[in-house]
Design a protein around this ligand. Structure first.
Ligand SMILES: Cc1ncc(COP(=O)(O)O)c(C=O)c1O
Length: 398
């Protein structure tokens, strides 16, 4: 039995939506993307949703938009507080826009930013905090929001890994001034490639629509406060007001998104049932540090950190999983400070980065899927039981 990292969640509805668009010959961004945006904003109780071609693009557009807001825009050299573990493209737009990063260690159990270090991370140059809920598990978003409000900072929630999660009844991806999601293949819903930006601020919504589409004015309502619409349609059709990109999604992705979103809640329930099974089998074994749920996780996957105090050989564990055809991988992107790309960044760290390095060196994750994984999780338990041997007890046996 192969236990993969991810699998398709599409059914007849998604294929029918694609067929309908193929027949209509409608491919570039239009009404279906608009429908998905409206459904998405409604599902999360936010005013505006802007779809783009990936979660990475959503992050890029979000950062760009904050450089163009009228009041207190971000500026080059401003500081941003970030967790040491996230995906590379959480960080890359920050570098590309000339921001200075202050990395904070994560909590070893939740894998999210250690909020006890926020005050130490703050300097007179701090302008923004990036909140990331790792692999479905809500970060302390309430604490981060309150911290930002207290110090007049932007909160940017990269929620690309945690659609469907919530904290105190409030969905992850709605705490930030700007929030992003990914609908890449392996995520909670899939549009093949895709991303979404969510905000309650109309100015950010309009900026995102301009930046998404070449920096032109066509996609913004006439009553926008971003600029004054001229009366010359020839000029207006090709009027560029900001240095934008082309990160538009395909119409097919919008149509599939509408169908996938209808299934989100049911899929999360199945993921959570699998998680209960995983916690039951792995929760009380000192060899394994598994992700501790904070709030209500949407359980992207199941993380295992081999207890560093027991010196378990991760290579041996990985080899056993490979033999058993169990897919596994690094926890998100591991500790970002360990990647070569860091040499291009202006950054420092707030205290020692310990836990992110432990996760990097001793951790991995296996997949969760919206189908019953009882047998797969049992098999994982058997494989790890045999392979995760503490060095101390192994020596005793010899
Ligand atoms: C936290 C985080 N941010 C951003 C992204 C980028 O999303 P995408 O793969 O859709 O570009 C990912 C991807 O998995 C992610 O995990």
């Amino acid at each position: 039995m192969a236990y993969d990292l991810a699998s398709t969640t599409w059914g007849d509805e998604e294929f029918a939506a694609i067929q309908r668009l193929l027949k209509a010959g409608r491919f570039t961004m239009g009404e279906e993307v608009r429908r998905f945006e409206e459904a998405f904003a409604a599902a999360f109780g936010m005013k505006h949703a802007v779809m783009v071609n990936s979660g990475s693009s959503a992050n890029l557009v979000a950062v760009a938009a904050l450089f163009h807001v009228k009041n207190r825009p971000l500026q080059r050299g401003d500081e941003v507080i970030v967790p040491a573990i996230s995906w590379a493209t959480t960080f890359h737009p920050l570098q590309q826009y000339g921001l200075r990063l202050r990395f904070v260690d994560v909590d070893l159990h939740t894998l999210n930013i250690d909020v006890a270090q926020l005050e130490a991370a703050l300097t007179p140059r701090t302008r923004m905090v990036v909140a990331v809920s790792i692999l479905g598990n809500p970060a302390a978003l309430d604490v981060l929001r309150a911290f930002c409000d207290r110090h007049g900072l932007y909160l940017f929630e990269d929620n690309c890994e945690s659609m469907g999660a919530s904290l105190n009844g409030r969905p992850c991806g709605t705490f930030g001034d700007v929030n992003t999601f990914s609908t890449f293949f392996s995520h909670h819903i899939s549009t093949m490639e895709g991303g979404m930006l969510l905000t309650d601020r109309t100015e950010i919504d309009h900026l995102a629509r301009v930046i998404r589409n070449h920096g032109w004015t066509r996609d913004v309502p006439d009553d926008t406060e971003l600029f004054d619409r001229s009366t010359d349609p020839f000029f207006e059709a090709y009027r560029f007001i900001l240095p934008g990109y082309n990160v538009r999604p395909l119409e097919i992705c919008g149509a599939v998104g509408v169908e996938q979103l209808k299934k989100l809640d049911a899929m999360i329930e199945v993921r959570r049932a699998n998680a209960a099974r995983f916690v039951e089998l792995f929760g009380n074994d000192e060899r394994f540090i598994i992700q501790r749920e904070h709030g209500r996780s949407s359980w992207f996957s199941f993380t295992v950190i081999l207890n560093p105090a027991l010196a378990i050989d991760r290579r041996r564990v990985m080899e056993a999983m490979r033999r058993a055809q169990i897919g596994f991988r690094m926890i998100t992107g591991g500790c970002f400070l360990r990647h070569e790309a860091i040499r291009f960044f202006d950054y420092d760290t707030v205290g020692p980065i310990v836990n992110a390095n432990i996760a990097h060196d001793h951790g991995f994750f296996v997949g969760n899927h919206p189908r019953d994984l009882s047998a797969e999780i049992r098999q994982l338990r058997e494989v790890l039981d045999g392979a995760a041997v503490p060095a101390t007890s192994a020596a005793d046996v010899r």
